[in-house]
Design a protein around this ligand. Structure first.
Ligand SMILES: C[S@@+](CC[C@H](N)C(=O)[O-])C[C@H]1O[C@@H](n2cnc3c(N)ncnc32)[C@H](O)[C@@H]1O
Length: 267
């Protein structure tokens, strides 16, 4: 895996690390095998203070959003090496679509088959470019526009150019039947300019997977793209700490410190 695809191995490694803790916020038994040695090397290379903690919180927070949702049509937008299809209990009849780059999806299918993974829902993997006409292959795989969708956009938006990320969010809104929900994370602009992320950002750039943008106004980004913001949380805030965030939550107007927003939104 190269470039941005390889970041999926990093986040898989972070889930494997969390899973080993006695107080793990979730258990991803497949993460270690999917991350491989390259994933753990990237996890060490990109680990800034708070990054691994944030990734654990993000996974758990989105697990809880999914658990609260009654949607039976779910799309992981940029699924990477996510294993929720096997890890979570899904409502009967759930169809889970996983979108990601074709090379990543191809390798993932092969590895999941080697590991003899049993999915707990009807999982359908789709290789596509999320900056292109990705909804055609999604429809071809059976996704139904009239059924409300739970869209999960986890660890993706800052790897896309801002225009492409906004276009994707707007397309998701346009495709969404009433009752659809979007949940994910958005990097802050402060994370892009903080002295504490400078080295990490340089390493990501050197590896061909730069973080490209962030916003300190996540609600405005969502609203401009056709979404009504729901919960917006910083790690450490109520419901987004799980005892894992080592610091008090930052005030929203804090300058110069990295922040990542977790959000839900509705159409
Ligand atoms: C950091 S990983 C996150 C993966 C997964 N959601 C997780 O949390 O582990 C970023 C993912 O975005 C995918 N990605 C980035 N740009 C993409 C694009 N233009 N089309 C499809 N997938 C893309 C990468 O292949 C990678 O799997």
């Amino acid at each position: 895996m190269e470039g941005v695809s390889a970041t999926a191995r990093w986040t898989a490694a972070a889930r494997a690390v969390e899973s080993r803790r006695p107080d793990a916020l979730f258990t991803d038994d497949l993460a270690e095998a999917l991350a491989g040695p390259e994933g753990f090397a990237r996890w060490e290379r990109y680990d800034n203070p708070g990054t691994t903690e944030f990734l654990a919180i993000r996974t758990r927070w989105l697990d809880e959003v999914i658990a609260r949702s009654a949607h039976t049509q779910v799309v992981l937008v940029a699924a990477g090496l996510d294993t929720r299809s096997a890890r979570l209990a899904w409502p009967a009849g759930t169809v889970l679509y996983e979108l990601d780059q074709a090379d990543l999806m191809e390798g993932k299918e092969k590895r999941l088959a080697e590991l003899d993974v049993r999915h707990r829902c009807d999982r359908r993997g789709i290789g596509t470019d999320l900056t292109g006409p990705w909804d055609a292959p999604l429809r071809a795989a059976g996704w139904t526009p009239s059924v409300p969708t739970l869209w999960i956009v986890e660890g993706l938006l800052f790897y896309l150019a801002e225009d492409a990320a906004r276009a994707l969010l707007a397309r998701l809104a346009a495709l969404s039947a009433p009752g659809s929900v979007l949940a994910g994370d958005l990097l802050s602009h402060q994370s892009m300019i903080s002295e504490f992320t400078r080295d990490g950002l340089a390493r990501l750039r050197a590896d061909g997977c730069p973080w490209l943008w962030g916003s300190d106004r996540p609600e405005d980004v969502l609203a401009a793209c056709g979404w009504t913001p729901g919960e917006v949380r910083l790690p450490g805030e109520e419901g987004a700490s799980f005892g894992r965030w080592p610091w008090p939550p930052l005030a929203r107007d804090t300058k110069g410190l990295p922040m990542n927003y977790l959000f839900t939104a509705a159409v």
